[in-house]
Design a protein around this ligand. Structure first.
Ligand code: NDP
Length: 344
């Protein structure tokens, strides 16, 4: 069967497309321009009969996905602004929210063959916008980051960029759920949202140099690979002491499993490994044998130092409902550094 993947040229989406193709699916990848689809078509050249690309220039336009949804059995929706420069918060919120509800509207009108839609939300829509919690907390699918929405309302265009992104994901996921509720008697499909945290791992999308890495892999590169930047950042940066993360290949598998698993319909599912200290990634990188041949020595940090997890994401549902297994820090770090080494 055929799956529409939006934002198909992105970091996570490329792995979703790859996993789907490897499991016999056909894929229609939606991208913003013909040029954006070039790498996708080249990378999957051996699957030409199974992969088509469609251009959806502006996902906020009414009816933008009307053509793209026709004849597919499932949709994985990943197109959403992440680390973009913007002046007005609407530039982030609109594509996230209207891009999602518009897609659902198109699926309602023209997606008669659609059975399931998977929306890639985020733990950004789960964990409330407060840096420090007084006590260790385990966040679950019951939690919503409504605090980000309050801040957005209070501060408008002055809202910090991170919070704007978190609000965009929360609003988009809420809007999607509301759409399904409002149209439950008219739709042939159901909706599953997946909520991954910082997603890391080997990169197969179009990246030419570290500066073109997406936001999550930029964190990895700056902290775990670049010795100068890593020392500069220390434990003071965004996610300075560490964070919850998932391997991009596991996140991709979760998308396929969410499409295939009947009981996943209607669910909200956190996809996350344990909270991991920044130093644990650095130590894993330094413990690799043989050492990946990178152009500079790896950062050392403060070897063996530890930080207690300030919070965790309860991810048992992903194991129970999807049967998902998670790769280790060591495996993710090894494969990522081997990939970087191969690129020189
Ligand atoms: P990428 O930046 O690699 O990919 C984002 C995709 O969305 C690209 O195809 C991009 O297109 C498209 N996109 C961005 N802005 C717009 C817009 N205004 N209109 C149309 N398309 C747009 O990101 P990731 O692969 O990391 O993220 C994919 C999804 O996963 C997103 O929804 C993100 O919120 C979510 N996510 C990511 C996490 C992470 O750590 N990376 C964690 C949790 C969730 P183009 O290339 O043309 O800009």
């Amino acid at each position: 069967s055929k799956v529409l993947v939006t934002g198909a040229n992105g970091f996570i989406a490329m792995w979703v497309v790859r996993d789907l193709l490897e499991h016999g699916y056909s894929v229609r990848g939606a991208v913003r321009s013909t040029k954006k689809g070039e790498h996708l078509r080249n990378y999957f050249a051996s699957y030409t009969s199974k992969l088509e690309t469609v251009v959806v220039e502006d996902i906020t336009k009414e009816g933008a996905f009307d053509e793209a949804v026709k004849g597919v059995e499932a949709i994985a929706h990943m197109a959403s602004p992440i680390s973009v420069n913007y002046t007005r918060v609407e530039d982030v919120i609109d594509p996230a929210v209207k891009g999602t509800t518009g897609l659902l509207q198109s699926a309602l009108k023209y997606g008669q063959s659609v059975k399931r839609i998977v929306y890639t939300s985020s733990t950004a829509a789960v964990r409330p916008e407060t840096r420090e919690f007084p006590t260790f907390t385990v966040f679950t699918e019951e939690d919503w980051n409504v605090r980000a929405l309050e801040i957005l309302k209070e501060q408008g265009d002055k809202t910090p960029a991170g919070t704007t992104y978190h609000a965009s994901k929360t609003l988009a996921e809420q809007s999607a759920r509301k759409f399904v509720k409002d149209h439950e008697h008219e739709i042939s499909w159901d909706l599953t949202s997946l909520n991954p945290p910082l997603t890391l791992g080997p990169v197969i999308h179009d990246v030419t140099d570290p500066s073109s890495l997406g936001s999550s892999m930029r964190w990895f590169y700056d902290n775990i690979v670049d010795p100068v930047k890593s020392a500069e950042l220390g434990n003071n940066s965004f996610m300075g002491t560490g964070g919850s993360w998932a391997d991009v290949r596991d996140v991709a598998t979760a998308h396929r499993l969410a499409l295939e698993t009947q009981e996943a319909g209607g669910e909200r599912i956190i996809i996350s490994g344990p909270w991991t200290p920044r130093q644990a990634f650095i130590d894993a990188a330094n413990a690799l044998e043989p050492t990946p041949k990178l152009s500079r020595p790896l950062p050392q940090g403060d070897p063996g130092s530890n930080y207690p997890a300030p919070h965790e994401y309860g991810a048992t549902k992903s194991q129970r409902v999807l049967g998902l297994k998670y790769r280790s820090v060591m495996e993710m770090t090894r494969d990522t550094l081997l990939d970087f080494a191969a690129r020189g």
